[in-house]
Design a protein around this ligand. Structure first.
Ligand code: PEP
Length: 253
């Protein structure tokens, strides 16, 4: 079975102490994950080591960064490189979140660089894509997402593309309480999988986890995750509430 992932995106929320308490409350549940399941915590940079220490010894629990630099190293004050993340054993990195695209002007070409640097350092990119409301309203979402994938990912080899996780996050559903229906999510996920099959092959397309993101919560996770092409979720708001995220992990296929 394809890997199924519940990924928490804390964004710029919680103090260090609140982060510790949240992780403690979730880990206290001792949720056993099957071989094909993973729980990933994308925490702010200053909390990466703390989260790693708390998760150490747990099977299929991972820490993720929320971003990394698009350059390798050097005089780039304030940036954090993929190599730095590797040096503290961080396994995942969220890339191209719509908030970074919107507020920090991240573009498809620079994201291609970030993906390359993560792969060079053995870090799994969680590559975000997804359309705005205005694009969906004119029915152009499939072409928009195709361009995002084409410009950032489709030059990678088959071996490399198999190491990537996709998160489809329609911008109109992020932090708005407005969730895509399971049918809307499934439709786009099937389209994304079809694009990978067309560019690479069916076996590769079937191997790549495609997470859904956009107001996932305990109440809708089960329905969303049970769509055949939805392989878990990237979760913002609800990942900050222990009981919510516990239920979301439990909703994985
Ligand atoms: C996200 O941060 O990627 C996200 C989907 O946020 P929310 O779950 O709050 O919509």
């Amino acid at each position: 079975m394809r890997q199924q992932i519940a990924a928490a995106n804390w964004k710029m929320n919680l103090t260090y102490q609140q982060g510790e308490q949240l992780l403690d409350a979730i880990l206290k549940e001792n949720i056993a994950l099957a071989d094909h399941q993973a729980a990933v915590f994308a925490v702010p940079f200053p909390y990466l080591m703390m989260a790693s220490q708390k998760l150490s010894g747990r099977t299929n629990y991972y820490v993720s960064a929320q971003n990394c630099s698009d350059v390798k190293a050097g005089a780039y004050t304030g940036e954090v490189s993929a190599e730095m993340l590797k040096s503290i054993n961080i396994g995942y990195c969220v890339l191209g979140h719509s908030e970074r695209r919107e507020y920090f002007s991240e573009r498809n070409q620079s994201l291609a660089q970030k993906v390359q640097l993560c792969l060079d350092n053995g870090i799994t990119p969680i590559f975000c894509c997804g359309e705005s409301l205005s694009i969906r309203e004119v029915g152009a979402q499939e072409g928009f997402v195709e361009t995002q994938l084409m410009e950032s990912l489709f030059h990678f080899s088959e071996a490399d593309i198999r190491k990537i996780v996709i998160a489809y996050e329609p911008i109109w559903a992020i932090g708005t309480g407005k969730t895509a229906t399971a049918a809307q999510a499934q439709e786009m996920h099937a389209h994304i999988r079809h694009l990978f099959a067309k560019k690479y092959n069916k076996a590769t397309a079937d191997h790549i986890p495609i997470l859904y993101g956009g107001s996932v919560k305990a109440a809708n996770a089960m329905e969303l995750f049970h769509s055949p092409d939805v392989d878990g979720g990237l979760v913002g708001g609800a990942s900050l509430v222990a009981t919510e995220f516990i239920s979301i992990i439990r909703a994985l296929k």
